[in-house]
Design a protein around this ligand. Sequence first.
Ligand code: GLC
Length: 400
Amino acid sequence: MATEVTELRARASGVLRENWRTGVRRADGLAYAYTCPSTPRYRHQWHWDSCFHAIAWSHFDRARAEAELRTLLRSGRPDGFLPHTVFWGWPAGWRRAPFYATGRVLGATHTETIDPPLLAVAWERAGPAGDVAALEQIAAHLDWLARERDPDGDGLLSLILPDESGLDDSPKFDVVFGRYAHYKPSAALLIEQCRRLGYSARRIAACGELHVEEVLVNVAYALSLHAMARMTGEPSWALRAAQTERGLVWRSLDPATGLFFDLAGPGETPVRVSTWSCLAPLALPGVPDDVKRRLVEEHLLDARRYRAPVGIPSVSMEEPAYTPHFDRWRNWRGPSWVNTAWLLVPALRALGYEADAERIVAPLARAALREGFREYYDPRDGTGQAAKGFAWSTLLVDLV
Ligand code: GLC
């Protein structure tokens, strides 16, 4: 195992270096340094990808980890908004541009939408300690989310488009977004509608349009609020984290199945599709242990649901939509991703399921050694799928 870990680390560092991009943006003269997820498919900077990259970089080169996070901090607006995707070296290509939720279709420097807010988590792991100015900027970002994305003030953030969850084509969005689902051509119409409403969650909700209190984004948010509490020593952050955790337990937790479901639309209807985000609250310190054990015993470790030979399937194997093989047009519908294991495995270890945690990590690490760092893997046999040299898959170095 020791030589395998050494090999895995060497290859991870190789992928991160290969994908490293630096320069100055022509449109506004801003300097950038970040890891692109994978070329040629993903050339831009994605918010949650960069958080993962920084954590992986912190194992090899803390200066690059910090530079990547500072680039994220430069990517937004003074009011605290930080975008889902940032275009540094190149604007979005004309064919893809209508599918990016930007202010104008051509020539935008970033999207007007959010991504799972993991910046405070990444800063605590990979940023320098005691940088008051950076912490103030991260605080402004979390305040923006509370102000703009929690219109009903219940501590749970709302999404306006499915890819704000990072789980673009997950089958949990099929029912909610229907013909506007992220992988359908009409997705561009939904983006156009959000553009007309200024991407304001409040205006979108007031028009009776779609919005979703999505579990994964709220888990990321609560984790970041906890990280802020530790980094600043200010108890108000911990109170905000607890409010979000309570919101999830009281409102998203389904007593019948023990799963956490997204709440969709004005009626906050539970979206009863079992995908890995239903298990994500395992990572939260404020979720009671009995709720977590149920998630583990009845779902994560159940061979009919999420216990697969390689990694953690992104959709329960029991769901009709579960698709373990590569699907050219859709993602997050079955294959195992490394960031999923990265979020859930430490929680499993903390609850004492050490052997099960190993059973998830070791086959994923073997798959990465055999197939390279791929975007995701077939849960049945670890066949690598989709993008090659995919940077956040190097998070495995944080798990082994
Ligand atoms: C895909 C993933 C998304 C990720 C992006 C860049 O769209 O669904 O989560 O951020 O690729 O890697």
